[in-house]
Design a protein around this ligand. Structure first.
Ligand code: KG4
Ligand code: ZN
Length: 329
């Protein structure tokens, strides 16, 4: 089985070819950081126009790298939401056009399902059910992944996502864009105990998340002028890690039978987050699975893989499937 995957829901344009046996035959990705940097964040209209220009050449490059034509592909999987609607439409319309022209099935993938199943692409031994911490720029959720298309949401954020908090902190501290990696780099040169910052919802019974208050505290700490950006970054990152661990530990108390603790989404690329989760898993006698960094941030291999899992389960979608800005898993 060979699946072509397309991704264009935010500011990465990507195309990949993945086999049912988990071989990533080709993957191409073009980030748009330079185009958005002057604005300090992703500008939806600029992103959508860039996807239009870049996606078709990336698909051609991926097919050339794999030395196959579209005829060799069994199905075309494309992100159909959630995300910036202009970008989602570019990928979905492209996927539909290819599916129609080559008479191949279309698989409309929920971007969150791409993240949720990506650990199974990285680790063949990862079996259902597993507890997934999905931490990205738009989402912060704890999910019990019970099977393909079977996701039980245990918790979500009541305000900002963890990645959003990283991005806003980077902006406040003038560390640049994209924010997550910039904060992580600055944090390596700072003292995580320097700045007293809150741990919102820590210890509360439901394993939900909240980061808005932490962001406000970062604004106040920066305005106070007492601490370096490096110390604030390190203290902020330590607070986020504490919250993620406390909330995940709470969720672990409420579930039975999970085979592993798994993390995915852009923030899972953060070494401090990964290290702390690995220790938590060890404490609970659970396997810990985290995809490699490039598979945590947005990419098309995870969309192709989610497509492969859905295709194997007999799930395909009609050509009139609509793009969705919001689409809870
Ligand atoms: O999954 P993703 O690529 O896109 C979404 O679906 O949102 O996640 C992007 C988010 C951004 O907020 C980015 O700042 C964050 O992931 N991120 C990181 C790191 N790399 C990316 N956050 C913390 N540390 C990192 N190393
Ligand atoms: Zn994502």
């Amino acid at each position: 089985m060979l699946i072509l995957g397309l991704e264009s829901s935010c500011d990465e344009t990507a195309a990949a070819l993945v086999r049912g046996d988990r071989t990533i035959v080709a993957h191409r990705l073009a980030g748009q950081e330079a185009a958005h940097r002057p604005y300090g964040g992703v500008v939806p209209e600029i992103a959508a126009r860039a996807h239009v220009e870049i996606l078709a050449p990336l698909i051609e490059q991926a097919l050339a790298e794999a030395q196959v034509s579209l005829d060799a592909v069994d199905a075309i999987a494309t992100t159909a939401g959630p995300g910036l609607i202009g970008g989602v439409m570019v990928g979905l319309v492209t996927g539909k056009a290819l599916a129609h022209a080559a008479a191949k099935p279309l698989i409309a993938v929920n971007h969150l399902e791409g993240h949720a199943l990506s650990p199974r692409l990285a680790d063949p031994g990862l079996a259902f059910p597993y507890l997934l911490l999905l931490v990205s720029g738009g989402h912060c959720q704890l999910l019990l992944v019970e099977g393909v298309g079977r996701y039980r949401r245990l918790a979500t954020t009541i305000d900002d996502a963890a990645g959003e908090a990283f991005d806003k902190t980077a902006k406040i501290l003038g560390l640049g864009f994209p924010g997550g990696p910039a904060v992580e780099r600055a944090a390596t040169r700072g003292n995580p105990a320097a700045v007293p910052l809150p741990r919102p919802l820590k210890g509360s019974a439901e394993p939900h998340f909240s980061f808005a208050g932490l962001k406000s505290a970062v604004v106040r700490a920066h305005a106070a002028g007492r601490w370096s950006p490096e110390d604030i970054a390190a203290s902020f990152q330590a607070a986020v890690v504490d919250c993620l661990i406390d909330r995940t530990a709470r969720a672990l108390e409420t579930i039975d039978g999970a085979t592993a603790l798994v993390v995915a989404g852009g923030v899972a690329a953060n070494a401090a987050v990964r290290g702390a989760l690995e220790a938590l898993a060890a404490k609970h006698g659970l396997r810990f699975v985290a995809p490699p960094g490039w598979l945590c941030t947005d990419n098309a291999a995870m969309i192709a893989w989610a497509g492969a899992e859905r295709f194997a389960a007999g799930l395909t979608d009609p050509l009139d499937t609509r793009a969705r800005a919001r689409w809870p898993l």
